[in-house]
Design a protein around this ligand. Sequence first.
Ligand code: FAD
Ligand code: MLT
Ligand code: ZN
Length: 481
Amino acid sequence: MGAVQPAERDGRTGAGEGRPRRGPDQYHDRIGDGVGDRGGGAIPARLVQALDATGVRVVTDAGVLAGHAIDWTGRWRGPVLGMVRPTSTGQVAAVLGAARAVGVPVQVQGGNTGLVGGSVPDRPSLLLVTTGLDRLDPVDAVERTVLAGAGVPAARLAAHAVAAGLRFGVDLAARESATVGGMAATNAGGIGVLAHGMMREQVRGLTAVLADGRVLSTVGRPRKDNAGYPLAALLVGAEGTLGVITEVELALHPTPPASTVAAVGVTRLADAVAAARLVGGPGAPLLAAEVVDATGVRRAVQALGVADPLPPDAAWLVLLEVADGGTGAGLVPVADLVAAVGTDARDRAGLWAIRERQTEQYATLPGPPVDKLDVSVRLDRLDALVERVRAVVPRAGVFGHVLDGNLHVQLVGAGPGDPERVLGAVAELGGSISAEHGIGRLKAAHLHLARSAAEVAWMRQLKATVDPQGLLNPGVLLADG
Ligand code: FAD
Ligand code: MLT
Ligand code: ZN
């Protein structure tokens, strides 16, 4: 977990981030939709001419484009006409203007670690990759903020904060590649949400080029600023449908004391929640509370070659991290339940590796890619959710951020229509079909399960005010039509 000492972070960097190897033959379509790779074709001459005037180089090399045309999961691949990698807000504005002038869709891509298909196009598009926006300013120690280019990876930002004696609040296993712009665009969560909230809570200000070319900047504003609509906040979680974020001013946090990680075995998620509620408090705050089901633990333990911390009769592994100075004192209230404990950096990292390995191990299971869903319910409905999921897909794997009510459901062995049935069950339980990954292309047709007709209509109206032609990230978040 995101914790604390640079050495520990180094040890865990990129754990579970290995991209699954998939060939084009393994491509499969989005949930309930037959849209696949329609072929990009040659870049139109009029687009090349328009881009020439911007001074931004267009990459058309097929080998380079192929690497960006497929998403991390291997489930999404789309036609890319050409790729640009602007290095300033001005260049982003110029590229959007050129594409708009010739009516060509633009697909925004950061680190391409998104898990809902939102980072690759589904129709011939110009790909705008943000990794060239990589400026990282010195930390403002008085304000406790830092200004980062949208293309700065999370791990680079976190190390920069640590070097200044502070901490970046959002941490995820994709930290080496996921960019702060992509994390803002998806309102990423991860394992630090309990302590610091999601990405939205970290964004103090941002600069973005709206789809219509206007530049919006709220960077450098005072912390309290209640003058009307929070327009910049609309960009957070908009998944690149309203504009391209070019820089983000992020809040940083004081470094917590050293921590202890406990592995607890439980039979129900209600017990996991109860255990997590027993620990934490002003003297030893709870930094993380995560769960992995027994099958996921056993697979990870085997792959990593580490000791299995799970008691034989337990159905779930719960990892609790408390900032108790590394003494273990923070775990006294759950002492009877603790199966393994990590007080030093190595043991803590060993326990966390089991959790962080989950994404990769499901991504590399033999056979077609496993459908992944990222859902949330109120805490008293977690066990009911798992029951409903396994009634549809008996071999479904589950792990996630238990105290956020957020489970990552891996539909191993699912049949046609099963993902929709699971999303329907989530909606019936009053939950959300996207807890932290976003809607992307994967769930665009199912947005009505989480938002009312009035809300969806308002989202569409909002989109139309900045992108009447529907050229920026079309089909992401809001389905066509
Ligand atoms: P991309 O994947 O490139 O893009 C994601 C979306 O944001 C797309 O719609 C794209 O168009 C848009 N976008 C990207 N950059 C910009 C920009 N500058 N301006 C406007 N729009 C933009 N997610 C979590 O929330 N919590 C986790 O714990 C977590 N763990 C993960 C672990 C692994 C191993 C992997 C592979 C992924 C994980 N993710 C997690 C998902 C992913 O890392 C996040 O969604 C992340 O925020 C995506 O960042 P990115 O830079 O890779 O964005
Ligand atoms: C996680 O918490 O590990 C992620 O959000 C990634 C996933 O769901 O696979
Ligand atoms: Zn997650």
